[in-house]
Design a binder for this molecule. Structure first.
Ligand code: PHE
Length: 462
């Protein structure tokens, strides 16, 4: 089957697809809010350090394992460690994780689509009203939206790697970037915007504490789509001519730049339109920021610019977030799809059928866990407070399992596959790689302090 495996058409196609995966809701909303609450420039600096020092080597390792084996995570662990090896279980976790993350990410994406449609329909007032969010997350329209999101993702994935994933990224990523830049320019021309820029960028070292540091680390890890099997899978679709280290650097730069630029849009908007707001008061979750707080900002904009401009700006914003979410969803759903194709000999169509059936079912249950069905809404009180199905999936997979997957891949590459094999793989498509500082750094860090840090985060969240 390896011989007929599809490939991205070029290095650029691969980079755009991987960047499409990395740039998501986390960049556009999560990063700015976390940065603002946790010390502005200081958070930014820490985040950038984690991206380079920890995430980049893990990213290169994931891509290398994928390309070497030309397989999904289960197949990849099996091919390198032996078909009966226990490492295949790590691969299995690398399939279950993206499947479950896709479930909660789908729920967010269907909310975003509803927000987009309502904004275009002139319902900004409703979105910003006290009951707006609570009503929307309990509305039957969610299921219509789910069909829309599922249909679009299935349409892209059905067309395959080059004509589906790559083509979608080639359209959506540049569009996303243009919309982002337009919005930043618009926001920066508002009165008082510079106060927001200052707040965002000037470091406040007093805010830095161990939990902020581990928050920056988790944010960076999630944002680069690590520990989800995505880069193993996308790596399995690149040729030996592609320079993995160079591509990984570009993906990291792209992802971090979008996160940073998004901050230049969100925080100055808060300061310009609602100067008495202290971002410390924003609710702790970035989810409520996007769904509860941002519509209020757009409404405030309406008072200054009038209905048409405010609604257009809001629509561009939600379209931007929607694009970011779709390219991420595509990447994460491709992981279990490629598993079914490689390991269970399904056709792409059959694989998509099963994943959308089961994934759709669990996503529907998660959608009902915000009040519509009581037993799903109050599933457990473990860890304090009532938690519904959505919260349980989120806590378990985002907080705990992601660093575990990262830890496993580091240990696997360093001690099972062995680092000389990794170096050999990284030198394909980049002949001089072995003599670079990065090569020496990856060689040293991947088996030593990176797994140590990931283990510490894992243990801490358990
Ligand atoms: N990098 C994405 C983000 O920041 C995370 C993600 C990737 C989530 C793929 C789901 C699927 O939002």
């Amino acid at each position: 089957m390896t011989a007929s495996r599809e490939h991205f058409s070029s290095k650029l196609g691969f980079i755009l697809a991987a960047a499409g995966s990395a740039v998501g809701i986390g960049n556009i909303v999560g990063f700015p809010v976390n940065a603002a609450k946790n010390g502005g420039g200081a958070f930014l600096l820490m985040y950038a350090i984690f991206v380079v020092v920890i995430c980049l080597p893990v990213m290169m390792a994931e891509m290398s394992v994928g390309r070497k084996t030309a397989k999904n995570p289960v197949g990849a662990y099996g091919a390198l460690a032996g078909e009966n090896s226990k490492w295949r279980l790590a691969g299995l976790l690398g399939i279950i994780t993206p499947f479950m993350i896709a479930v909660f990410y789908t729920v967010l994406t269907i909310w975003i689509l509803i927000y987009l449609v309502l904004t275009v329909g002139g319902q900004l007032d409703y979105l910003a009203s006290a009951d707006g969010f609570g009503e929307i997350i309990n509305s039957p329209w969610l299921f219509v939206s789910m069909v829309g999101v599922g249909g679009l993702v299935a349409f892209i994935l059905k067309a395959g790697v080059k004509d589906g994933i790559e083509r979608a990224a080639k359209i959506m990523m540049p569009a996303l970037f243009v919309m982002l830049v337009l919005l930043v320019i618009f926001v920066l021309t508002l009165d008082n915007a510079m106060a927001g820029v200052q707040f965002y960028i000037i470091p406040d070292l007093d805010k830095i504490n161990p939990s902020v540091i581990s928050g920056a680390m988790s944010q960076a890890f999630f944002s680069l789509s690590l520990g989800m099997g995505i880069l193993v899978t996308y790596g399995s679709y690149i040729s030996n001519k592609t320079d993995i280290a160079g591509s990984a650097k570009l993906v990291a730069i792209c992802d971090t730049s979008v996160a940073f630029i998004a901050g230049l849009m969100v925080l100055p908007a808060i300061f310009a339109l609602n100067p008495e707001v202290n971002p410390d008061d924003l609710s702790s979750s970035s989810v409520s920021m996007i769904f509860v707080y941002l519509p209020k900002i757009f409404l405030a904009l309406q008072a200054t610019t009038g209905y048409f401009i405010a609604s257009s700006i809001a629509a561009i914003f939600f379209l931007l977030v929607f694009f970011a979410a779709i390219t991420s969803l595509v990447s994460i759903i491709e992981v279990p799809v490629s598993y079914l194709i490689d390991e269970k000999c399904k056709t792409r169509k059959q694989a998509l059928g099963s994943i959308f059936l089961w994934g759709g079912l669990i996503a529907a249950l998660a959608t009902l866990s915000f009040g519509m069905v009581d037993s799903l809404t109050n599933l457990t009180t473990y860890g304090g407070g009532n938690k519904g199905l959505f919260d349980v999936i989120y806590d378990m997979f985002y907080d705990t399992i992601l660093p575990l997957n990262g830890l496993l891949i580091c240990l696997f590459v360093s001690y099972r596959w062995k680092k000389h094999n990794l170096n050999k793989e990284l030198s394909q498509g980049n002949e001089g790689f072995a003599n670079t500082f990065l090569a020496k750094y990856v060689d040293f860090s991947l088996g030593t302090f990176i797994p140590f840090i990931l283990a510490a985060i894992f243990i801490n969240t358990v």
